[in-house]
Design a protein around this ligand. Structure first.
Ligand code: TXA
Ligand code: MG
Length: 323
């Protein structure tokens, strides 16, 4: 791929979200990613590889658990954090001595990686802190002329970012829930995953307000959502509804105010994950003031979905959610 070799940026589809890619070994090219995204330079990038066999080239140590997880889930939505090899420039890892590595499960991404023949550093292809892109047109809308090439691979199949597991300290630590459920990871023999304390923010995806639309996101229990929608409409607000809980739990649709925008995200957690970011963008496109969301059940992709919903609402949740 000539653009990558020339130090230019290439946006490309993965199974999770679109990435904004650069040659991971070219410090100047990687700096462009930080500039275009408006991302603080101490936030590490994920480095994409074409196959697990490349692990030994880009990580300085690969524990058994890493090989087992790579074998089980690559290509796929799992990022492994390992001690970095000296071949990875510091700018790529935001100055950290570890590197996040993953092999994406998308034919266009794999073709790009194989043709380029090297590692591609790529964060999600959106401006820092905003909603991740799951379609090529989202990238064009967000980044416009700042990116030289946008490869169109259609809508992303998973729709939420990869699960990040840190293997630098012996026992695997979950840094970000994502496209592979924690339960599936723990099915791998001998791999038990602990969760990082919420107070630590090593992964910027863990910042309070992140993945955020312009509209304010309020997470409301299903039993309160219709009442809250009416109250907001009475205040002259434009309201969008994101029902991540089956509608049966939330009363019937006729209980919602006329004119509220219903953001349909399908029938289960998998479909909701796939359509989540596009739904937030639809609310913004419709100039909604507030997105009222019901929290998803935590099975399957529900854990990752709940995490992104919490981040989209940031500290701005005005209605406390009963536990
Ligand atoms: O699904 C994905 O992971 C997508 C696609 C494009 O692959 N990429 C993505 O990248 O979500 P980004 O930059 O938006 O988020 C990368 C996350 C950040 O939270 C970052 O802190 C974490 O990965 N990360 C990367 N390297 C790390 C490291 N060495 N230690 C800890 N966290 C790391
Ligand atoms: Mg991102």
């Amino acid at each position: 791929m000539a653009a990558l070799r020339n130090g230019q940026l290439v946006a490309f589809p993965t199974e999770t979200v679109y990435g904004l890619g650069a040659d991971a070994t070219n410090a100047d090219a990687v700096r462009k990613i930080f500039e275009v995204k408006g991302r603080p330079d101490n936030h590490p990038l994920i480095v994409h590889l074409s196959e697990a066999g490349e692990l030994t080239r880009w990580a300085s140590a690969v524990p058994k658990a890493a090989w087992q997880l790579a074998e089980a889930f690559w290509p796929g939505p799992l990022t492994l954090v390992l001690p970095k090899s000296v071949r990875v420039p510091d700018v790529t890892t935001g100055g950290l001595s570890s590197v996040g590595l993953r092999v994406p499960a998308h034919p266009v991404a794999l073709e790009l990686l194989r043709r380029f023949g090297g590692p591609v550093a790529a964060p999600s292809a959106n401006r820092f802190g905003r909603v991740s892109p799951t379609q090529a047109e989202h990238v064009a809308t967000d980044l416009g002329a700042d990116v030289e090439v946008v490869l169109d691979g259609g809508a992303c199949r998973v729709g939420l970012e990869s699960t990040i597991v840190d293997l630098t300290s012996g026992a695997p630590v979950l840094l970000r829930p994502g496209g592979i459920t924690t339960a599936r990871i723990e099915e791998v023999p001998g791999v038990a995953v602990s969760r990082q304390p919420a107070s630590e923010t090593r992964a910027p995806g863990m910042l309070q307000s992140h993945y955020a639309p312009r509209a304010r996101v309020e997470v409301v229990e299903p039993s309160d959502i219709a009442r809250r929608a009416h109250a907001l409409v009475a205040q002259g607000k434009s309201v969008a509804l994101l029902l991540l809980t089956p509608i049966a739990d939330g009363g019937d649709l006729s209980s919602f105010p006329d004119g509220a925008l219903l953001l349909d995200v399908g029938k289960d957690a998998r479909e909701a994950a796939q359509q989540f970011y596009a739904a937030l963008r639809r609310a913004d496109a419709a100039n909604a003031d507030v997105i009222l969301a019901s929290p998803p059940a935590l099975q399957g992709l529900g854990e990752a979905l709940a995490d992104r919903l919490r981040k989209a609402s940031g500290t701005r949740t005005s209605t406390p959610t009963p536990t």
